[in-house]
Design a protein around this ligand. Structure first.
Ligand SMILES: Nc1ncnc2c1ncn2[C@@H]1O[C@H](COP(=O)(O)OP(=O)(O)OP(=O)(O)O)[C@@H](O)[C@H]1O
Ligand SMILES: [Mg+2]
Length: 253
């Protein structure tokens, strides 16, 4: 589904990504791990069109998407959540999802002024879809709560509901369980499973190792902007280079 080909990203003299290759297969949960500053978020920013790569290309379903605007990338079927919560804090949970759910709708000025039946029907459709999504992520009953008044874990779920509103084929989650307690992260793991069962493909960045290892079908490990390992979780857990960057030494040394 997604193919990252020899992608490099330079910020002035800093090389944040250095010849990265990665693929995400249809229907899989691919984990992207690595120490702080290794380039994970930068890679998501390149994939989703926030940055044009210095070198290399990104393809979605065989079409080159790198260099396109974030909006054009979203239309190709990708949507992301952010490492830092990025909600409209003074809007209700429902409004946060509705604003994203309605981006597909086309309304002409005439129908907006005269509040036509067609417009009202579209609005109802958006609201129904947003309610359904809130219930899907476990926020049924919280529709009218202001985003800022939701507990932290629920704000992260709201971000996922909002991303789903654009109906992406590929969902990119940047540290979805950061700051969650154990119970909240277990709930989030169930949600990610449910998303996969509903047909989504997922690229997941996370530092929480139990979460990553139990959920992902395959993993890519970045270090200083380079892919240093790739494989299924059990291979990664036993990979000497990975152990050395996480524990700071080689096994037995
Ligand atoms: N817009 C930018 N301008 C300059 N440098 C940047 C920019 N974005 C990222 N970087 C640098 O690129 C490197 C990779 O950062 P990135 O945020 O991708 O890491 P990360 O793996 O997501 O880290 P973390 O686990 O802490 O979130 C870092 O050295 C960072 O300071
Ligand atoms: Mg990051």
């Amino acid at each position: 589904m997604l193919s990252v080909n020899q992608v490099s990203m330079h910020f002035g003299g800093l090389v944040a990504l250095d010849g990265v290759n990665m693929t995400v297969k249809d229907g899989e949960i691919r984990g992207l791990i690595g120490p702080n500053g290794s380039g994970k978020t930068t890679l998501i920013n390149v994939i989703t069109g926030f940055y044009a790569p210095t070198k290399g290309t990104v393809e979605m379903d065989g079409q080159v998407i790198s260099g396109r605007t974030p909006n054009a990338v979203a239309k190709a079927g990708l949507c992301r959540t952010f490492q830092n919560i990025n909600l409209f804090s003074e809007m209700s949970a429902l409004e946060n999802v509705v604003t994203a759910a309605c981006t597909h709708q086309t309304v002409n000025l005439g129908s907006a002024i005269f509040q036509t039946k067609a417009l009202k029907a579209q609005e109802k459709e958006c609201h129904d879809k947003a309610r359904e999504l809130l219930s899907f992520v476990g926020l049924g009953g919280k529709e009218d709560v202001k985003a800022t008044n939701l507990p932290y874990g629920q704000q992260r779920l709201l971000e996922i509901a909002r991303a789903l509103a654009t109906e992406p084929k590929l969902l990119l989650l940047d540290e979805p369980v950061a700051g969650m307690n154990e119970q909240e992260s277990d709930e989030a793991a169930k949600l990610v499973h449910k998303l996969r069962e509903s047909g989504k493909t997922i690229l997941l960045i996370e530092h929480h190792m139990k979460f990553v290892m139990s959920l992902c079908d395959s993993l890519t490990v970045l270090n200083y902007g380079k892919v240093i390992a790739e494989g299924i979780p059990s291979e990664i857990q036993n990979n000497e280079d990975v152990i050395s960057i996480y524990l700071g030494k080689k096994r037995g040394k």
